[in-house]
Design a protein around this ligand. Sequence first.
Ligand code: UGY
Ligand code: MN
Length: 246
Amino acid sequence: MHNLGHTRSVNRRDHLLLTPDTFVRAALPGMQNGVAIVHVSPAVGAAFTQYTAELDPGGTLGPTPTQRFVYVLSGAVDLATDTSFHSLAPGGYAYVPADLTHTVTAQGATRLAVIEKTYQPAAGMGVAAPHLLVGAEADIASTALMGDPGLQVRSLLPDQPAFDFAVNTMTYQPGASLSRVEIHVMEHGLLMLEGGGIYRLGEAWYPVTAGDFIWMAPFCPQWFGALGKHPAKYLIYKDWNRHPLG
Ligand code: UGY
Ligand code: MN
């Protein structure tokens, strides 16, 4: 049954809301036994790319010319470099610097959130680029945002000037919300992992649920309130730690 052309997805100048019914799958160059759903890229003005990789058993990501962040949504992967080997389970993640040759291979059917961004050195600060970092979300202590215990944030990457982006998870108890509308220079890539609620983006309010993707351009007004009987959780990217003039 077709849906008469209706969808919750929208494409606006300063935000995208992309719902699973509009996802289009295609392999990226070098990807084996898998497909990517590219959620955002420089084609809409973003300074990064985010995609969901869906890999069959033994499937691999292709190479990337940039730094890469991988978060396991389901399944498991092996991350190998010339000198190290790591297995990542759901909630496991890795930061891979731009110049590090590596492979990411699915153990079984696997879904990954992948973020890729050209590294911006920290000008004039004498800070070296980050090294490979592997972690598990469960090992990261959460903090209450603005002192609200109903809104817990886990920062998956260290807040060090070497990193030019952050990736956090944010978990809202039902009824919890951002304490104010945010308008900031950083852009966001956001994947709803659990639950749902209402997202304000620009001048519109949208119902959102697990599986949705949102891009927020710099200075896009944004606010979220969680609805329902279960917590809402999202994975959120932002550029970070750099002067706005580059
Ligand atoms: O980190 C953030 O800017 C975050 N609080 N934004 C958001 O959840 N839309
Ligand atoms: Mn924000």
